[in-house]
Design a protein around this ligand. Structure first.
Ligand SMILES: Cc1ncc(COP(=O)(O)O)c(C=O)c1O
Length: 379
């Protein structure tokens, strides 16, 4: 056996869309990106979406939308991917780490209240592994303190919490379509909001500050009915980045979006099998309070105090594992923002991520469960 940790679910549908992009010979920022943005807005039920090359870019631009004065603080969970905490830093703001809830590994309401100070301007909840953060409570708290909310939805796509789609609770939602995620475009991200005006300037920001899409201008280059010698003209009125999604990625995204619900359901089915298989284990417990019928998870994992021994054991069986994540302040770069977060520092040592992807087979899951059982028995 050699079982991967993550694997994108790709096939004929994606190839057909890519072939179409090749046939039109337009693979940069173009009409497919607009089409994907519209389809995504429809799917999520939001007013506006902007396609980007990553969630890292989406989080950066989302925070920039509010034009916070430099030096203010943004509340970020201590256990997340670095991109969440980079977003305030890219914007000359300071990350203020908030401890996570011991069970859900999402931002702790208790510590959020403790870490809040007058300098805080925003909070960035992460739906860790796909398990929803307590968005109702977070929104209530944010409103009472006048904090903006940028939802980091890199770990979930298409899921809801208390009847509302994740990504639409906060002011702006940011999604990741990186290779390993719930759906992929190779690399890619989406910035979404019901406040279309708030994120409209981000269209120029993603395209080196240019206020017009090249592919729309291109029609004018040869339009004899519009004898305008300045068809090439565009304004640059703000700082821009090269953060755009391209038509090749959007083509893959259009095909992936059609099967997102199915892929989410397949991963839920796998999680149920895992949960059933490990329920009697003594030393190995589920990483999260998984509710596969309610939520859409990107990640499955367990907690075990003998983490490194279990990782080595699974390695000897050909089973890939990972650790998501080490608390950010334990990395040299983030050390200067270390402000405690003792729960995060204590619990992460037991985290192990196990294989989870759409096409994982029942035979593979049962083999992983058997290996976990063997380890648990001789623990
Ligand atoms: C919580 C979280 N936020 C943001 C990102 C960044 O996503 P991307 O790779 O699309 O930039 C990731 C990627 O793993 C993530 O896990």
């Amino acid at each position: 056996m050699n079982i991967r940790l993550f694997k994108p679910c790709l096939g004929e549908e994606e190839l057909n869309y890519i072939k179409d992009a090749f046939d039109r010979a337009w693979i940069g920022l173009g009409p497919r990106v607009s089409e994907f943005e519209n389809e995504w807005s429809k799917y999520l039920g939001c007013k506006s979406s902007i396609g980007l090359n990553s969630a890292t870019a989406a989080l950066h631009l989302a925070i920039s939308a509010f034009k916070f004065p430099a030096g203010k603080k943004v509340l970020v969970p201590a256990i997340t991917f670095a991109a969440t905490a980079f977003a305030p830093i890219y914007n000359q703001l300071e990350p203020e780490f908030v401890d996570v809830d011991e069970n859900t590994i999402s931002i702790s309401m208790n510590d959020l209240e403790k870490k809040y100070s007058k300098d805080c301007v925003a909070v960035m909840p992460v739906h860790f592994g796909g398990h929803p953060a307590q968005m109702d409570l977070i929104m209530e708290f944010a409103k009472s303190k006048n904090l903006k909310v940028v939802e980091d939805c890199a770990h979930t796509a298409g899921s809801s919490y208390k009847g509302k789609k994740n990504g639409l609770w906060g002011d702006i939602g940011c999604f990741s379509f990186e290779e390993k995620k719930a759906m992929t475009t190779g690399d890619g991200g989406m910035l979404c909001s019901d406040d279309a005006e708030l994120i409209a300037p981000m269209k120029a920001s993603r395209w080196v500050g240019i206020d017009k899409d090249t592919w729309k201008r291109a029609d004018g280059y040869t339009d004899t009915k519009a004898p305008d010698a300045r068809h090439w003209y565009y304004e640059i009125a703000s700082l821009g980045y090269k953060y755009n999604m391209n038509d090749l990625s959007a083509s893959i995204g259009l095909a992936q979006l059609k099967k997102l619900d199915w892929m989410n359901a397949e991963r839920s089915r796998h999680i149920k099998r895992y949960l059933d298989g490990i329920k009697s284990l003594v030393h190995i417990k589920p990483l999260l309070p998984f509710e596969p019928d309610k939520n859409s998870y990107w990640l499955f994992g367990v907690r075990c105090e003998k983490r490194d021994e279990l990782i080595l054991y699974l390695k000897s069986k050909g089973i890939a594992t990972g650790v998501h994540y080490m608390p950010l302040m334990l990395f040299p770069y983030f050390k200067k923002w270390d402000n405690g977060c003792e729960t995060s520092k204590r619990i992460w040592n037991s985290f192990i991520t196990l294989p989870l992807f759409t096409e994982l087979t029942e035979i593979e899951i049962d083999y992983i469960i058997e290996s976990l059982m063997e380890f648990d028995k001789k623990y």
